[in-house]
Structures are given as structure tokens and as C-alpha cells.
Design a protein around this ligand. Sequence first.
Ligand SMILES: Nc1nc2c(ncn2[C@@H]2O[C@H](COP(=O)(O)OP(=O)(O)OP(=O)(O)O)[C@@H](O)[C@H]2O)c(=O)[nH]1
Ligand SMILES: [Mg+2]
Ligand SMILES: [Zn+2]
Length: 295
Amino acid sequence: MSEGIVVRAGRGLYTVQTNNGRVLPCSLRGNLKKNLTYPESVNRRQRVEKAKKRRETDPLAVGDRVEVTEDETGRGVIEAVHPRRAALARRSGNERERQTMVANLELAVIVFAAAEPRPDLWKLDRFVVLAEDAELEILIVFNKADLASPEEIEEMAATYRRIGYSVLATSARTGEGIETLRAHLKDKISAFAGPSGAGKSSLLNAVQPGLALKTGDIGAVTHKGRHTTVAAELLALNFGGWVADTPGLRQVEFWDMDTDDVSCCFPEIAPLLGQCKFPDCRHRQEPGCAVPCRP
Ligand SMILES: Nc1nc2c(ncn2[C@@H]2O[C@H](COP(=O)(O)OP(=O)(O)OP(=O)(O)O)[C@@H](O)[C@H]2O)c(=O)[nH]1
Ligand SMILES: [Mg+2]
Ligand SMILES: [Zn+2]
């Protein structure tokens, strides 16, 4: 029996990379499948519905740590799944059920271009809120540093540093900041998010040239609405760590957050909640609002 991590998942078939570096196609031990499913529902109709649902909602996701046994033909069987420390999930298509996209995700790398196009900081905040909601560690990256002045970048960065976020200026072109980025990624499961064209794929290629990710392709944009068949994959970093490559993660939207929860995801606002005059304050210049305006 060896320990490993699920690097590809879908339709009952998994790829597991073991701790000693072997990559195995794996299936799930039958009784394990049963144990991973939900407690029996009250009536038969619900049972049938759940059984149908089960076929779509995968019990395992990339990032899950598992125990596998290997047979003579080089195929593996997943015998046990370790408890998840965290998971990035979203509501799956038509059902109330949540679909895990990446298990044990730790770090969100939020990539925006420092220039060309000019970063939309409101949009950046939306990514930050989503990552806060998922309780991820956050690294904000201003890429294309070669196209902006250090002063311009520092001005944007300062706002986020004051709140306590790590901010990094990088250039996939000149190599600026890449070594520091590697240090942030080391030994963690991370995911890159950010608008199309910010340079996420270029950065990953700079971090590890062997990844050979396609860049500058606009194909990804046209598919952004098709969330149902998200093929997630973990890319192994040769210095230690994993990057989750999940099309649905690159351009996140608010999946299912309550407006009340949103305020709590701003660390600079959270302590002030409850101090506004009106309990339903939206902190948009209402009278008696305790949240100062953004500079
Ligand atoms: N000047 C400059 N150009 C860059 C840099 N990084 C990326 N680019 C260019 O920006 C364009 C978009 O880069 P990608 O890496 O494909 O961007 P992406 O974020 O992966 O985009 P999607 O996959 O569509 O989400 C490409 O033409 C890159 O060559 C950089 O640091 N400096
Ligand atoms: Mg890309
Ligand atoms: Zn307020």
C-alpha cells in the first residue's frame, strides 16, 4: 500500500501520483464507494434520485490524498481516502449539491496584469472575496511588471499590503519575481485565478518551463460558460507542490454567496460590522455607516 495524491479525476477513473513518484491509473475499491455515499434517505424515490445523482457527483476530487494498492499490470486501486483539510467546492449545475473542484487547496494566486489591460481593482476584489470565502491563503500578483512603472505597481500593491495580503510584482517576460513566486508555491496545493490575458499560463511556464501550457489562446474564454464538464488536473512542481489547473477556477464568479457573508470576507471591514447605524447597511455612504470610503 502506498500513499499518493489524486492528480486527475473523472467518472470513476482517477490518476494518482504516489509519494514515490509513480503515476497510476486507479479505480475506487467498491466498498469504499459505498462508504463515501450519503446516508440512506427516507423513501425509495429519494433513494433512486440520490443514486442517479451519485453517478454525476464524483466522491473524489483532485487534491485528495489516498492509499493505493498496485496490481501486476500497473493499475491501482484506491483503498482509503484521507480526510480533507479543506475543499474548494461549487454548486453543481442543476442540483443543490456541492461539487468539489479541488480538495486540500491551500493557496489562491490571484493574477492581474499591472498594465495592458489596466487592472480593474473592483474585479480583483471579487476574486479576493471568493478566496476569503473559501478560507484560502491569498497571494496577489501584478504580472506584466515590464509594462508598468514600479511606482504605479507599488501604489496598487500598497492598498492590499496594508490589509495584510502578500503582493508580488512579476514579469513572465523578464523573469522578475518568478523566484519569489516559486517560494510561495513550494509544497502547497495552489490555484491560479484571474481574468483572461493576465498571464496565468505564461507565469506558470516561467515558474516551470516543462509545463508547456498554451498561452495567448482565446479559446478558453469562449468555453467559460460550460462549467459542467470541468476537467481538473494537478500539475506537479518539480521543486515541490502542486498547481490546480481547473478551467472553472480561472474566471471565478460568485457561485453562491450570501450578501451578508460578503462583508465578512473583507478583513478590513469585518471588525466594523455591527457598528453601522442600520443593521442592513450596505456600506455605500449610508448615514451612520462605520465603514470608511475607499480612498
Ligand atoms: N509584456 C508581457 N506580456 C505578458 C506577460 N505575461 C504574459 N504576457 C502576454 O499576455 C498574453 C496572455 O498571456 P496568457 O498567459 O495566455 O494569459 P492567461 O491569464 O493564461 O489567459 P487565459 O488562459 O485566457 O485565462 C500573452 O500574449 C502573453 O505573451 C508579461 O509578464 N509581460
Ligand atoms: Mg491561460
Ligand atoms: Zn455601513
